[in-house]
Design a protein around this ligand. Structure first.
Ligand SMILES: [Zn+2]
Length: 269
């Protein structure tokens, strides 16, 4: 548990997340779990998160091999740059390009995940940084209302989450996020806001309806809006702004598929 203690000493608020069994199944025991080893055990995890290790003893007895979540944003005063390498995008490459344009991220705590790495950065008190999915290709920002899975946890691929030994929380402090990064996150939010106003005003023709409703559903669900509310909004936009509107069943399918995808993204990748 030294891995956990080190990050707790730096102010991280943590909570139990479902883990992965030897048979590589999620401890929630649902056959069709959409986010194995990445979803909180308790629904009120945001209120339960704390800096104590004791909270995990009884949970482990009940669930077995649990994983550990770190709440990002104001609670821990930590945000995470989530860099992923997948078939269609390489976050590490994107990060290099962004760093060469602005400046390198400071030397800070980092962990290796199943598909890439998490870079931990401190934010000043009372500063709020939102979650930003896909701020650059292969890069998400985990901020207010989000979380990441931290070592010692197991990824559903069988890999273990581990601290980068050169950037272990026992040896170095979490560095402050550079102003260029926080400004960039905020400005991307603003840009998206104004884009939506223009898009909605213009409305969608038959060639763009599907794609636009997908974007809108992604935008809402990415902000933590519930499936039900996003569906009502998408149905309303379809009715008033699509010419002609799509069948309601198609709108339902669009929102449901994005909700599934977003749940995966938000469950502490
Ligand atoms: Zn599960």
């Amino acid at each position: 548990m030294e891995d956990l203690e080190a990050i707790l000493k730096q102010g991280a608020m943590v909570f139990p997340v479902h883990g992965i069994t030897e048979a590589r199944l999620c401890t929630c025991r649902k056959k069709d779990c959409g986010s194995p080893g990445k979803h909180p055990i308790y629904p009120n995890w945001q209120r339960q998160a704390c800096t104590s290790l004791d909270q995990f003893d009884s949970v482990k007895r009940a669930f077995g091999p649990i994983n550990y979540g770190l709440i990002t944003g104001g609670a821990s005063q930590i945000i995470v740059v989530d860099v992923d390498k997948r078939d269609d995008h390489d976050g590490a490459e994107s990060l290099k390009i962004v760093e060469s344009k602005y400046s390198e991220l400071p030397r800070t705590v980092e962990s290796l995940t199943g598909a890439g790495r998490h870079i931990f950065l401190r934010i000043p008190e009372r500063v709020s940084i939102n979650n930003r999915v896909g701020i650059f290709q292969g890069i998400d920002i985990r901020g207010e209302g989000g979380f990441v899975v931290i070592p010692p946890s197991r990824h559903h691929s069988g890999k273990e989450y581990a601290w980068d030994c050169e950037r272990h929380p026992e040896d170095i402090s979490i560095a402050f996020a550079p102003p260029w990064l926080t400004t960039l996150i905020a400005s991307r939010n603003e840009k998206q806001k104004s884009d939506w106003q223009g898009i909605l005003k213009a409305g969608f023709s038959s060639g763009t309806r599907n794609c636009s409703l997908t974007k809108i559903a992604g935008h809402l669900l990415g902000k933590g809006v519930s499936f039900e509310v996003a569906l009502v909004a998408a149905l309303g936009i379809n009715e008033k702004r699509c010419f002609p509107p799509l069948p309601s069943s198609e709108v339902f399918h669009i929102v449901r598929s994005i909700a599934k995808r977003e749940r995966g993204k938000h469950d502490g990748i």
